[in-house]
Write a protein of this length. Structure first.
Length: 160
């Protein structure tokens, strides 16, 4: 049996497989799946309480076996990587925003401007970011409410 699928169809099939594998672990969720032209499949997962490397390894093994058995790549010509998105990746899902409340973020707006501050709240429509301006006695905290529709990307800021 020889199956040739477009990348979008493959992504849909693999998404279904991942969702099924995650059913027993409500803390863990799918963020994104990419398939490169070289058949390199990258699955980005996250978890409300953090994602352990052991969980990624286990899911990788189980998913690899399912992709192989489904015959998505008849010659076995594919590679699979299951990992967390990484701190340098923008937040993509509501659950990622909720998970990162109290962390410093940089929000790039659709108009090209940025807002930096601490993510203080998230709801279905918008986020709240507390920006600290000035220093010492002139220091003030400005609260920004930013609708999701106005957000181009949000990245976690690493502060040392």
């Amino acid at each position: 049996m020889f199956i040739v699928m477009a990348s979008e169809t493959q992504i849909q099939v693999i998404t279904g497989m991942v969702q099924e594998l995650l059913q027993d672990d409500p803390d863990c969720f799918l963020v994104e799946i990419w398939i490169k032209p070289t058949n390199n499949i990258r699955v980005a997962l996250d978890a409300d309480g953090g994602l352990a490397i052991e969980k990624c390894v286990s899911l990788n093994r189980r998913l690899y076996k399912q992709v192989e058995e489904a015959g998505l790549y008849p010659d076995g010509n594919f590679s699979l990587e299951v990992s967390s998105p990484g701190l340098d990746e923008p937040l993509k899902m509501y659950r990622q925003y909720v998970k990162n409340i109290s962390r410093p973020v940089e929000v790039l707006l659709q108009d090209g401007t940025t807002t930096e501050g601490v993510l203080t709240a998230v709801n279905e429509n918008d986020i709240s970011v507390a920006e600290t301006r000035g220093k010492n006695k002139k220091k003030e905290v400005v609260q920004h409410t930013i609708p999701f529709i106005n957000i181009k990307s949000t990245k976690i800021q690493i502060k040392f």
